[in-house]
Design a protein around this ligand. Structure first.
Ligand code: SAH
Ligand code: SF4
Length: 362
């Protein structure tokens, strides 16, 4: 990264990692302890005006003001579900909107965040995929969701877990996702444990290997079928990176990051992937592997060809996996009355570009 002030425009400093800021301070001949001072002001003391950072000299504050600004996004609107879930909409310019969802539970508070405006992966059961892709979010737009939601909900309900399960495919926006993850994990900033940050991917296999070199966050895979023919239809990137290649990458990720398990998400679609044979082949695929399965009841949205499996089918599927020794849970549906449940996030996206690897068979 080049910090020559002649060459850069002002940047929103909230998207800077410890390393980024160290590099900046070194480039202007300052000591690296400045990083700790500045980041503590912004992320721990919630001081968002550079001139109020009282232990920083006037001269250095002037310099920081020349190179940076501090801007926390303001939610454009918010919707509260009767189950306590709150959905926040953020305008990211050009009349486009992304969504973040706050999910309070007894023992934790999870924030589901977006990594892109729309998504190019075109999964056939996902509202975000329907919209196509507009652009990647920057690291400040990603961490900004956490900062803005924390501010809105108040400190007593601090966010304990973060999942990259909002709009977008995080592994096609690695640079900013990894930076945001590093800010979340940093003890100078949010100090969220790596096990409580989950990056979910549809299966961009080469980037799973790359990710393992850049972070040790938890990994979740949108699997949805253990059969390549079915998965090709549901998650089009499977045609480029099949289940064998995907699971190889998962085990390599678990080993490289010393993860206890990889989570496999499996959306339950009536008559598509919810039979006993489907459960048996999933159990065969994951047996004796560091894997757990999270079954997601399908959340419906307008004009889609699918329906959710019925409850007894989901429970039977779950029991069968458990009886084969696979740790399996059923995801509680949260916020469906405000269209905040998995796969319902539609925000507002202007462009319609599909990922070149995801030519869906119609
Ligand atoms: N793009 C990433 C993360 C966002 S999607 C990914 O696909 O992993 C978060 C999760 O919601 C994924 O497991 C996705 O497959 C699932 N999902 C998408 N649409 C859904 C729907 N309509 N109902 C239930 N889950 C859905
Ligand atoms: Fe994109 Fe994930 Fe939706 Fe697929 S499921 S279209 S990868 S957001």
């Amino acid at each position: 990264m080049n910090f020559n002030p002649q060459q850069i425009n002002k940047k929103n400093i909230i998207g800077f990692t410890e390393d980024d800021l160290n590099e900046y301070f070194i480039s202007i001949g300052e000591k690296s302890y400045r990083t700790k001072q500045v980041l503590t002001w912004i992320h721990k003391r919630n001081v968002h005006i550079i001139n109020e950072m009282s232990d920083i000299s006037f001269q250095l504050r002037e310099k920081l003001n020349e190179d940076f600004y501090i801007k926390i996004p303001q939610p454009q609107s918010k919707f509260s579900s009767k189950d306590g879930t709150i959905k926040f909409l953020f305008n990211v310019g050009h009349n486009q909107v992304i969504e973040s969802v706050f999910i309070p539970e007894e023992t934790r508070n999870t924030l589901c965040i977006s990594s892109q405006v729309g998504c190019a992966m075109d999964c056939s059961f996902c509202a975000t995929g329907r919209q196509g892709f507009s652009r990647n979010l920057t690291s400040d737009e990603i961490i900004g969701q956490l900062m803005a939601v924390s501010k809105e909900i108040g400190l007593s309900e601090a966010i304990t877990n973060v999942v990259f399960m909002g709009m977008g495919e995080p592994l096609t926006n690695m640079h900013s996702v990894v930076k945001a993850t590093s800010i979340m994990m940093s003890d100078l900033m949010y100090g969220i444990s790596r096990r409580k940050i989950t990056i979910s991917t549809s299966g961009v296999v080469p980037n799973i290997y790359k990710l393992s070199q850049l972070t040790n966050a938890s990994l979740a895979i949108s699997l949805h079928s253990a059969d390549n023919k079915i998965r090709d239809q549901l998650v089009p990137i499977n045609k480029s990176y099949n289940i064998q290649l995907l699971t190889d990458a998962c085990w390599a990720y678990a080993e490289a990051t010393n993860a206890r398990y990889i989570t496999f998400e499996y959306v339950m679609l009536n008559g598509v992937n919810d039979s006993i044979e489907d459960a048996e082949s999933l159990a065969r695929l994951l047996k004796h592997k560091p894997a757990k399965v999270n079954l997601i009841p399908f959340n419906s949205f307008k004009n889609n060809p699918y329906e959710c499996s019925d409850r007894p089918t989901i429970e039977l599927f779950c029991k069968l996996l458990q009886s084969r020794g696979i740790f399996t849970t059923i995801r509680k549906t949260r916020g469906s009355d405000i269209d905040a449940a998995c796969g319902q996030l539609a925000g507002k996206v202007n462009d319609k570009i599909k990922h070149p690897l995801s030519k869906r068979l119609q």
